[in-house]
Design a protein around this ligand. Structure first.
Ligand code: WTA
Length: 645
């Protein structure tokens, strides 16, 4: 697999900002003298007060702290909008491509974006939002979602975006956890010709979201919604009453910019908290370096704003860099599997960033959907979210990019704020399936189970040995959990939760999660979350959830369920339980396979042996390993005999 190398083309080596020698130099400096390296990089931002301090951090328990550019002051929205007004006021900041291809796309210049953001900020102020307040954003992929984020940043409010596919229950949990008084939503969303009842979901969440006092509703589809007087406000009505000028609040570099909930291996989703300056610097730095981005290029990150990829690479990175960012409301396979490539042609997209799961789904539909489009504008392709299988990589390279476009396979996490391990298109030869090399400033280490650092070609667990500006700063409301989750497995290092191999050329190959997190279509799902949802059902006594291989999604969700005595395991209940999880969490958490199990494999001390459950879900029933330590080895035979799928 690691044999095929796609070298950097002469053209790319010439035109890119950074070539192979340049990468070596940058990387070397970033590690040898991080202080001056990062203060130099900090010049890419527009500061109200330029920092003299770079990183100040320790991952050790006694002295645990992380801060970057602590004496600096800036405003993130002013960096993404105002500072471009002079030179690029009339250039396009956002292109919006609607769900329905027969509708007109919308375009916003930086000047128009400025007006929209200011107005939105003034509406938030009028509804009582102040610096430091949390604002939950539950929006479809419409430009107002970007305006809302930047409006929060402008006044120093902390946004918490909840993906529009999450259920009212999941939304309520996230509103409550960060105590957000204001929720921004739309009447409805649209995806693939279907409507998503966002406002109705907010109404349903209200019973469990006591903190929520105001709901600002953007009219997106014009669909019928119930408005509760005193609580609900139409955005367009409120916006008509406020000015289009709003000063940008000076913020400390370390002031929080946003919270984004993400699944971990235990408990409820964690509110990952990012800072203002360090985060923005990382988004801007990586977006420019990895995509070799130059203003004027149409750039499209086909993620949803509900995930970190949408935050860093639809909104903050490209706008900080004065770019033109395309926002797509729809889905890749509607009206048909040609849609992505048609959008590329329609807007002359030069850089496309998407997920392996989308590529696998489109690849399955055959090459004709791709071949009938031009795609001549494309120069660079990117992927993110999960390991890309070499077959999908080659299809992306050969069929989509016609061999012309390098692929940047970018490894990173919600916690890292932005890309960490990735090729640079003018510097790094590519190997299908490898995220290749660390970006300057990133210090990866592979360790064994005991934490011993492994050198050379090796395989183990991926850690990052030193802080970088885009690193998350805490778990909202639970700093101890932040430390416990990431810094105690291998003391003194940040542990990513990923397994990783390094080959003889020093290339990194991410092998997937080594904890109880499943990566479903590039989205993280905690097994514990799905289990808690299942056991809430009155007929369920116990549940255990593991990942299983899935052709399109990468990983699917396999649930083992033990019923209460007297309950009948039948197809109707299977469907009911799958729908139950869907309602509790959202469609992405729906188990792909659900097996009724009279008992689960447990040790004598009562611990579920997930290793065995994983093997059965993967269909590897001949290599279950040692089952003699089980309290009741016979349950395994039943599980194997009644395996589903
Ligand atoms: C996985 C998404 C292999 C990894 C930006 C990580 C990847 C998790 C890649 C984070 C990649 C992301 N190759 N695996 N290029 N990118 N991952 O927080 O397991 O939604 O830990 O952030 O996705 O997912 P998250």
């Amino acid at each position: 697999m690691s044999d095929s190398l796609y070298p950097v083309s002469d053209e790319w080596a010439r035109r890119a900002r950074v070539d192979a020698a340049g990468y070596e130099k940058l990387y070397g400096r970033s590690i040898a003298d991080p202080g001056s390296f990062w203060l130099e990089q900090a010049k890419r931002l527009d500061w109200i007060r330029r920092p003299e301090l770079a990183g100040d951090w320790s991952f050790d328990e006694e002295d645990f702290h992380i801060s970057w550019f602590a004496d600096g002051k800036l405003n993130v929205a002013a960096n993404c909008v105002d500072r471009h007004l002079g030179r690029r006021g009339d250039e396009i900041a956002i292109i919006w491509e609607p769900d329905d291809p027969n509708e007109e796309a919308r375009r916003y210049t930086y000047r128009q974006l400025h007006e929209e953001v200011c107005r939105f900020a003034n509406v938030l102020k009028a509804e009582g939002v102040e610096k430091g307040d949390r604002v939950t954003v539950y929006m479809p992929m419409i430009p107002e979602a970007a305006f809302a984020l930047l409006a929060c940043a402008r006044i120093g409010a902390i946004h918490s975006v909840v993906f529009g596919g999450f259920s009212p229950e999941a939304l309520a949990g996230r509103i409550t956890d960060c105590d957000s008084k204001v929720v921004i939503t739309a009447d409805e969303g649209r995806r693939g010709g279907k409507r998503v009842p966002l406002k109705a979901n907010v109404d349903a969440a209200a019973a469990h979201a006591r903190a929520m006092e105001k709901v600002i509703v953007v009219k997106a589809t014009g669909g019928e919604v119930a408005m509760q007087p005193g609580r609900d406000v139409w955005y367009h009505e409120a916006a008509a009453l406020v000015s289009a000028e709003c000063p940008a609040e000076p913020m400390g570099a370390e002031d929080p910019l946003f919270i984004l909930y993400t699944s971990g291996s235990t408990g409820k989703p964690k509110g990952v908290l990012h800072s203002s300056a360090g985060y923005l610097l990382w988004a801007s730095y990586t977006h420019e370096l990895v995509f070799d981005y130059r203003p004027g290029q149409v750039y499209w990150c086909a993620a949803d704003i509900g995930w970190v990829t949408g935050h860093s690479y639809i909104v903050y990175g490209p706008l900080a860099n004065g770019g033109t960012t395309l926002m797509f409301e729809g889905v890749p396979n509607w009206p048909d599997a040609s849609r992505i490539w048609q959008v590329v042609d329609r807007h002359q997209v030069e850089i496309l960033y998407t997920a392996p799961t989308a590529l696998r789904a489109l690849m399955r539909e055959g090459d004709a959907y791709v071949a009938k489009t031009s795609r001549k504008s494309l120069k660079l392709l990117g992927t993110v979210g999960e390991p890309i299988n070499p077959e999908a990589w080659r299809w992306y390279h050969a069929v989509v990019g016609e061999g012309r476009c390098p692929i940047v396979d970018t490894w990173w996490q919600t916690e890292t704020g932005g890309q960490m391990i990735s090729p640079l298109p003018g510097a790094t030869g590519l190997k299908p399936g490898s995220a290749t090399l660390p970006l300057p400033g990133v210090d990866p280490q592979i360790v064994d189970a005991e934490g011993t650092v492994l050198h050379g070609a090796t395989e183990g667990n991926l850690c990052i040995a030193r802080s970088w500006p885009g690193q998350m700063r805490t778990v909202w409301g639970d700093h101890e959990r932040f430390f416990q989750t990431y810094f105690t497995t291998y003391p003194g290092k940040y542990f990513t939760g990923d397994g990783c191999r390094r080959d003889a050329d020093g290339y990194y190959w991410i092998t997937g999660r080594v904890d109880d997190v499943i990566n479903v279509s590039g989205h993280r799902m905690g097994t514990a979350e799905v289990e808690s949802a299942l056991v809430l059902h009155p007929k369920v006594a116990e549940a255990a959830v593991v990942g299983m291989p899935h052709d399109i999604k990468g990983q699917g969700i396999y649930a083992y369920v033990t019923l209460n005595t007297g309950c009948v395991a039948d197809e109707a209940l299977r469907t009911e339980l799958r729908n139950w999880v869907r309602t509790e969490i959202g469609p992405i958490a729906t188990p792909d396979a659900l097996q009724f199990a009279p008992g689960l494999p447990k040790t004598r001390s009562g611990k579920i042996m997930r290793r065995i459950l994983r093997k059965i879900a993967e269909g590897e029933v001949s290599s279950l390993g040692d089952t003699s330590t089980l309290a009741d080895p016979a349950v395994v035979d039943d599980l194997v005999a009644n395996r589903v799928g």
